[in-house]
Design a binder for this molecule. Structure first.
Ligand code: GLP
Length: 264
């Protein structure tokens, strides 16, 4: 894992946006794996700004989102489809027909999960997958105990996740406790994975992911198996790491190597 420790959430967003910009400049028809939650919002704003400035082009890209609440259709303001439209798709030059979010209103959710996997495969697989992390170490909606090779499927949310996400729902609003989520195996199939984490409340999850054992008890620890996983965190989210200075040292060396390679 490449661990990148930056000053604050704004720097994390910019670093993440740089990775996506480079990806789209190298391959205009990239397949982007996208995420919801508060963490990626600043990155999406940065992408919108760059798109409007003509620095990044989404016209040939396609996207697959990680997850969706089961029981909400895309018009529901708390659905992840609605979130993606509002936070990104409505503001960039992407063809909406090429944006995919698992169908929360599928009549047969089990079949819908298989179809989602088939669509990802037909698109050639995900080039770069964006992730956040839950306080309990979940990625997508792969809660602790999720199989490390799992595929897209229906998952039950933990009470901790329901409580964490309750802030998005009004008191009298129905809050789903089931979801459709890409599996951990699906996520690991992406050619590159970029996980963003900001704020003190993510520090323990980040520590478990980076320094803890590979275990289904912390689904994000599965990224230890990925050959190109970039973990981008701010100082608060990095604050529980034991080897902070070592990671900063590696990253400085890594940048020197990249500069040397670019000079060849
Ligand atoms: C949700 C999403 C995850 C996200 C997590 C953290 O449960 N399913 O994909 O990473 O929340 O969200 P936040 O960035 O708001 O802390």
């Amino acid at each position: 894992m490449q661990i990148v420790i930056l000053k604050d959430a704004q720097e994390v967003a910019r670093y993440g946006a740089d990775i996506f910009t480079t990806q789209l400049q190298r391959k205009a028809e990239s397949v982007l794996g996208l995420a919801t939650g508060s963490t990626p919002v600043a990155l999406y704003q940065e992408l919108i700004t760059r798109n409007k400035a003509g620095l990044i082009n989404f016209s040939e890209a396609s996207t697959f989102n990680l997850d969706e609440y089961l029981g909400l259709n895309g018009e529901h303001p708390q659905s992840y489809r609605y979130f993606m439209n509002e936070q990104l798709f409505n503001h960039i030059n992407i063809d909406k027909d090429r944006t995919h979010v698992p169908p929360g209103d599928a009549k047969n959710p089990v079949v819908a999960c298989q179809e989602y996997e088939a669509k990802i495969a037909a698109a050639g697989g995900v080039d770069i997958q964006l992730l956040g992390i839950g306080r309990n170490g979940h990625i997508g909606f792969n809660e602790p105990s999720s199989g490390l090779t799992s595929r897209t499927r229906v998952k039950t949310l933990t009470k901790a996740t329901i409580d964490d996400n309750a802030r998005f729902f009004t008191a009298d609003e129905y809050q789903p406790h089931l979801s459709i989520t890409m599996g951990i195996g699906t996520i690991l199939d992406a050619k590159k994975v970029v996980l963003l984490a900001t704020g003190k409340n993510k520090a323990e999850a980040v520590k478990a992911m980076v320094e803890g054992p590979l275990t289904a008890a912390c689904p994000a620890s599965a990224l230890q198996l990925h050959r190109d996983a970039v973990i981008v965190v701010d100082l608060d989210a990095a604050s529980a790491l034991n080897d902070l200075e070592f990671y900063q040292h590696i990253e400085a060396e890594n940048q020197k190597l990249q500069a040397y390679l670019a000079s060849l």
